[in-house]
Write a protein that binds this ligand. Structure first.
Ligand SMILES: [Zn+2]
Length: 398
């Protein structure tokens, strides 16, 4: 009864995610009176845990199911996807608690639009990974070509087009139009189109390949014209990046490409094949590692240079981070695209009126429990596999 199991995975992942998030928020709830940076610091591990839970929980449940049945079936993919959707849905109560103004329609739109813009490429990756045949032939070439075409289309605006069709993006209103036109004229930048995106996140985004800008409605609501203009300069600076930088960005976006060949590589070369693919991915990532942050610093410098009054850009940045409850010093590694807010403000000539916050923790207690649960399951399944191998309990084997 595969459908029943799909539903079981969906509900189990949803409940587990909601529980882990609920427990994780305890410290953040208690710190209601603390400075916003401290609250954001406490929120960071909860969100980080929720992010990896999107994949860890479904994987955990599928692995549990496999070790229960000892019989992997094609339905496992459906169960994994159901678990992913369930754990995504399990994040809604947490988002409601963090942003009390949220409703379900608004949240789901933001998940589809914001998540899709950033992670749309992952869909194509997983599809290619799953459909890639193990035996080399036309199938391999077909899946690889399909992946490259789809990934290329996403980079060249396919997803943005879909959002527009779904009415999730709307053309910039007169206020934003004017600010962008002013900035573009001053900096001599050509912008193809500017869009507004709903949701609770205060953010702006430049799509350098298609020369488009996206501003969220929340950003436009909390920032005055001068601040929107300062953020706009940062985004416009991304559109002035060289062709070489654009090529580097595209190359980096293709870093998962080698991994779609996992099936044939393992079929022909076993574990070493897997390592070669992994090394190829690491090579692409290492070659382009410094690029995103260098470009963010360059865009920040442009925004500071062009700002109309001293300190405007730093203040605008702080508003966005505070609205999104993103910590002033985050838990990301040092090559993350954006430097910490604290350092961005300092570089913009403004020393924040609070001391540099400590780094947040990586995971919540419940998050660590899940990671250890995963490890235990892995060790147990290996131990089981070894026992079976020793007993020669494989009647179909050679
Ligand atoms: Zn940027």
């Amino acid at each position: 009864m595969p459908l029943v199991w799909v539903i079981v995975h969906f509900i189990a992942a949803g409940l587990l995610a909601a529980l882990v998030n609920h427990l994780g928020l305890r410290a953040w709830r208690r710190a209601e009176a603390a400075h916003w940076t401290e609250r954001a610091r406490l929120l960071w591990p909860v969100r980080y845990t929720a992010g990896i839970n999107l994949f860890m929980l479904p994987g955990f449940l599928v692995a549990l199911h496999v070790s229960w049945d000892l019989q992997p079936t094609p339905e496992l993919i459906a169960e994994g996807v159901a678990g992913l959707l369930g754990s995504l849905l399990g994040c809604y109560p947490m988002e409601r608690e963090i942003f009390p103004g949220y409703n379900f329609a608004g949240w789901s739109r933001q998940v589809v639009a914001g998540g899709g813009l950033r992670f749309g490429g992952l869909l194509a990756f997983f599809a290619a990974l799953i459909f890639m045949p193990a035996r080399v032939g036309w199938g391999v070439a077909l899946v690889a070509a399909g992946y490259l075409i789809f990934h290329g289309l996403i980079q060249w605006g396919l997803f943005r087009q879909l959002l527009r069709l779904a009415r999730m993006l709307k053309p910039a209103g007169p206020r934003l139009q004017e600010i962008v036109a002013d900035g573009a004229a001053r900096m001599g930048v050509r912008v193809r189109s500017t869009w507004e995106l709903g949701g609770m996140t205060a953010n702006a985004l430049a799509l350098p390949v298609t020369r488009e800008l996206i501003f969220t409605e929340r950003l436009l609501a909390i920032c005055n014209d001068e601040e929107v203009a300062a953020i706009c300069t940062h985004e416009l600076a991304h559109l002035t990046e060289s062709k070489a930088v654009l090529a580097g960005r595209l190359l980096r976006s293709f870093s998962f490409f080698p991994l779609i060949f996992v099936n044939p590589a393992v079929q022909y070369w076993g574990l070493p094949g897997l390592l070669v693919l992994y090394a190829a991915m690491l090579l692409i990532l290492a070659a382009t590692r410094r690029l995103p942050q260098a470009m963010e610093k360059r865009a920040d410098a442009a925004a500071v240079r062009e700002q109309t009054n001293e300190g405007v850009y730093a203040r605008a940045l702080e508003k966005l981070y505070q609205a999104n409850q993103t910590p002033a010093v985050s838990g990301r590694n040092k090559h993350a695209a954006h430097p910490h807010l604290y350092d961005r403000m300092t570089a913009a000539g403004v020393t924040p009126d609070y001391p540099r916050p400590a780094r947040p923790r990586k995971l919540t207690g419940a998050g660590w429990a899940l990671v250890f649960g995963w490890a235990a399951l892995l060790v147990a399944s290996w131990a089981l596999a070894i026992v079976f191998a020793l007993r020669g309990a494989n009647p179909d084997g050679p």
